[in-house]
Design a protein around this ligand. Structure first.
Ligand code: HXC
Length: 520
């Protein structure tokens, strides 16, 4: 090679470096500064903060739009407003897309969305999780239906990835209109307190229905956690969202053909005496079931999912001897732990996620029944409650049930009972498995007898005790083999660890079919 040619190559490389640097500035210094003033990270900072150092490999930095309408001809749109690529998190491959609000408000033009769809396709091909960081004004208005079509591609890929690789959406800025349906199609949504998400914003709502509401009250993180149940985690800010995303991924396999990663463990299964009195013996007394969960799992470390929604049902991830498990538990301190529509939907979705990704299910039961009420019946508790029965029955991962105290009626069956395929059922000595509570049962079975009694109250108390001792104990259920073993609370961790060990090779089949029909 001649000296001239070498010089030429050097200048080409210099040109490349300059272009690369320029494009990485996104919408420019002023807009980047504005983004930071709002307490938000830039698109590239979010990726840097999420992935292992130096691991990000970008695809499509030089991508360009091909629109000429509305002043778009010759308009430079760096990376078309979205940074896409592959990286590693804790040494495991992920694919990601991060919308750049400094570039045309992160709006999704045709090329922008095709870049996102392409990185999703790579995610599927390589069996690696997909993380989409949203910060966008939605479909790029100047590009008309081309931008809609692009979003369609993203939605389609969301569905193709569903159940094959984990998909996590971070909502770190606006996520408006149809754009919110991509996160909605993913497995977990983490929303920061700086972000809002809605189909139609406050102005349109005011025009159409006359209702007045702020953007924050309509689509802020707290609203989506408490009211809509759309999101799974509230993050204080971008940094917190990135941390939550990494923590969540640590419990998950990279795809549906892998087992979840197993962390090193000291194999400690010593009894935990604090559990002995964690649950009051009196069946109506409230307590926080999370005390039991944290008393059983590794280091008391429990990542609760949707902690602020349908709080009568607690779900989340933890580990026992380093193995990931999905936990589902009734929460007696909220609605006495009764199962309502929202709790059914919340738990069913979580169960289906765990089943899709080979995460064993551990269910803690203390439930008085499905929640009675006209609102619940009109709202479709029959249809929604059935989701829970469906999800547990269809799940083929190891299923372990621990009956802590009350386990009554249809709710007993629904909460991962032996009859729905639980592999292992443990009961604490406080467990009461019955068709209903003794108080209600005597009103039905012994109504005449109580009416005829001279001392009605005394007879009632006597009959309640009779019914309770006949049915409301773990021994009757164990006698019928609905319970495998009655265990001491302090030893629960050891029993769960052993069950998870011998169930690790579980293989279970369902009849071949296109798909089952969960009652949606
Ligand atoms: C093109 C957009 C845009 C969009 C924002 N921008 N949204 N450009 N298409 N959808 C541009 C703005 O014109 C502005 O450009 C820059 O991004 C920053 O926006 P600002 O409005 O200055 O920022 P801010 O005040 O922070 O407000 C952010 C916002 C607002 C709340 C997101 O921009 C907004 O309401 N945008 C429109 C949201 C919307 O209605 N989207 C729905 C689109 S239809 P300049 O050059 O002036 O700085 C849709 C359907 C999808 O999404 C369907 C999929 C199936």
């Amino acid at each position: 090679m001649s000296a001239d040619a070498r010089k030429s190559m050097e200048s080409l490389i210099e040109e490349l470096r300059k272009k690369r640097e320029h494009l990485k500035q996104g919408g420019g210094a002023d807009r980047l500064a504005k983004q930071k003033e709002q307490g938000k990270f830039t698109a590239r900072e979010r990726i840097e903060g999420l992935v292992d150092a130096e691991s990000f490999e970008e695809f499509g930095l030089f991508a360009q739009h091909r629109q000429s309408h509305f002043g778009m001809a010759n308009k430079e749109v760096p990376a078309d407003g979205v940074v896409t690529g592959a990286a590693s998190i804790d040494g495991r491959l992920v694919h990601l897309a991060s919308q750049d609000f400094t570039v045309l408000g992160g709006s999704a033009g045709e090329v922008h969305s095709l870049k996102v769809a392409e990185v999703m396709a790579r995610s599927l091909k390589t069996g690696s999780p997909f993380v989409f960081i949203n910060d966008s004004g939605g479909a790029r208005v100047q590009e008309g239906i081309d931008s809609l079509s692009g979003y369609g591609q993203v939605f389609f890929h969301n569905v193709m990835l569903s159940g094959a690789v984990p998909q996590i959406s971070l909502i770190c800025g606006p996520c408006a209109g149809g754009a919110s349906y991509s996160p909605a199609l993913t497995d977990f949504i983490i929303q920061t307190r700086q972000a809002q998400m809605f189909i139609t914003g406050p102005q349109v709502i005011k025009q159409v229905t006359g209702e007045q509401i702020t953007a924050e009250a309509l689509g802020g993180a707290d609203s989506h956690m408490a009211h809509s149940g759309v999101i799974h985690f509230v993050a204080e800010n971008d940094q917190d969202a990135l941390y939550l995303c990494r923590r969540l991924l640590s419990f998950l396999p990279s795809n549906n053909l892998e087992e979840p990663p197993r962390l090193p463990s000291d194999n400690n299964v010593d009894p935990n005496p604090a559990l002995t009195n964690a649950v009051p013996v009196e069946p109506k007394q409230g307590y926080d079931v999370r005390t039991v969960i944290t008393g059983v799992v590794d280091q008391g470390d429990f990542l609760e999912v949707q902690a602020g929604y349908a709080m009568n049902m607690v779900v989340g991830f933890a580990r026992i001897l380093g193995r990931s498990i999905g936990i589902i538990a009734n929460q007696p301190s909220v609605l006495s732990g009764a199962i309502d529509i929202n709790a059914s939907v919340k738990a069913s979705r979580f169960i289906r996620f765990c089943n899709a990704f080979n995460i064993p299910l551990v269910t803690f039961v203390d439930v008085p029944g499905f929640l009675p009420g006209v609102e619940q019946e009109y709202g479709g508790i029959i249809r929604h409650g059935a989701k829970l029965l469906f999800a547990y029955s269809a799940a083929t991962v190891p299923k372990i049930q621990v009956i802590l105290r009350k386990s009554y009626g249809g709710a007993h069956v629904a909460m991962s009972s032996r009859d729905l395929g639980a592999d292992c059922v443990f009961a604490w000595p406080t467990a009461e498995v019955a068709v209903m509570g003794a108080e209600g049962a005597v009103e039905i079975v012994f109504r005449k007898e109580m009416q005829d009694a001279q001392d009605k109250a005394a007879r009632r108390a006597e009959l309640i005790e009779k019914y309770r001792s006949a049915f409301a104990s773990p021994y009757v259920a164990a006698g019928r083999r609905l319970v495998d073993d009655i265990i001491e609370p302090a030893n629960t961790r050891r029993h769960l660890a052993q069950a998870l060990e011998y169930l690790q090779t579980k293989r279970d089949q369902r009849p071949p079919k296109k798909h089952g029909l969960i009652p949606l």
